[in-house]
Design a protein around this ligand. Structure first.
Ligand SMILES: [Cu+2]
Length: 170
């Protein structure tokens, strides 16, 4: 199919099209301008954490969580006492213990799983990633040679029993 060359009519209709596009685009432009303001207004989820003051990977987990909309109150008192007080078995322990929405979060649990927990609201003590598996949030990146070890996020019942909440196998 060939289009006959006719510069003047084409240019005229082109500019008309542009004008119509500009007008049609105004509501969309207003939405784009308003969107960042809405995002900023969304309140962050408050979360409390107990950790050792010198814990670097705890700090990196906090950074990961903050990037996903959580706002921290930090207790640099270590986490052994609070873990015992809240009733998490020692064998499920890690470097930091957090409390969010009435749930305990132990160790390097991905923010997405904390969000899923808060949405699903199961009857449970909380989530735990025992130990400090390399590849989990705060235990990842170039400092660890980008290594990714498999690990499970455990849903911990109030009696201390566990089941796999999410498995990371890549
Ligand atoms: Cu750690």
């Amino acid at each position: 199919m060939s289009i006959p060359y006719s510069p003047l009519p084409l240019r005229a209709s082109h500019s008309g099209l542009q004008r119509r596009h500009l007008l049609a685009g105004l509501p969309a432009l207003a939405a784009v301008l308003a969107a960042p303001r809405l995002a900023r207004a969304a309140p962050a989820t408050p979360i409390e954490i107990w950790k050792d003051p010198s814990c670097g990977c705890c700090h990196d987990w906090i950074t990961h969580m903050e990037a996903n909309g959580f706002r921290f109150t930090v207790h640099d008192t270590g986490n052994n006492a609070v873990r015992a007080r809240l009733g998490l078995p020692q064998k499920l322990g890690s470097c930091h213990t957090a409390l969010v929405g009435g749930y305990l979060i132990e160790g390097h649990v991905p923010a997405a799983d904390v969000r899923a927990l808060l949405q699903q609201k199961p009857k449970a003590l909380g989530l735990a990633v025992p130990g400090m598996p390399v590849g989990s949030p705060g235990m990842d990146g170039p400092a660890y040679g980008n290594r990714r070890d498999p690990y499970d996020v455990l849903l911990v019942a109030r009696d201390g029993s566990t089941r796999v909440f999410k498995s990371y196998r890549t």
